[in-house]
Design a protein around this ligand. Structure first.
Ligand SMILES: [Cu+2]
Length: 137
């Protein structure tokens, strides 16, 4: 009996990471929110986990082919390719190469856009962005 339950637990431990893996259909480089999920209801302090596929995360400063860093844009949408991402209260840069952050949002409905940009903060465009909708309690 106990053994059966243990085995069931082991099966879940093996299956869960696969279920949580990136569900993007895109073959090319792209970014994705690991957390939170699109459409989620969250508290005002939101833990965000940012992922990139097909490119490398590198700290800001120098231009490196195939590398860049994450940005979060609150209620703004993606930044067109080549444009420098603004730096203000609603445009957050993760120029140290961070892939996790906690941001504060006011109650209500918001969009959160993950935008990858190069070492000079020049956007890689819509194809390297993802926008999700959040409801903040
Ligand atoms: Cu930047």
């Amino acid at each position: 009996m106990n053994k059966k339950i243990m085995i069931r637990g082991l099966v879940w431990a093996a299956v869960l990471p696969a279920l949580m893996a990136c569900s993007h259909a895109a073959d090319g480089p792209h970014v994705a929110f690991t957390q939170p999920q699109d459409g989620a209801t969250v508290g005002q302090d939101v833990k965000v986990v940012m992922d990139v596929h097909g490119m490398q995360v590198h700290k800001a400063g120098e231009l490196i082919d195939g590398a860049g860093h994450h940005h979060l844009i609150i209620d703004g949408g993606f930044v067109p390719k080549g444009e420098v991402v603004a730096k203000d209260a609603t445009h957050k840069h993760f120029g140290k190469g961070q892939t996790e952050a906690t941001i504060h949002l006011k109650p209500g409905d918001h969009t959160l856009t993950l935008q990858f940009a190069d070492g000079h903060h020049q956007s890689y465009g819509k194809g390297m962005s993802e926008t999700i909708h959040l409801h903040v309690k």
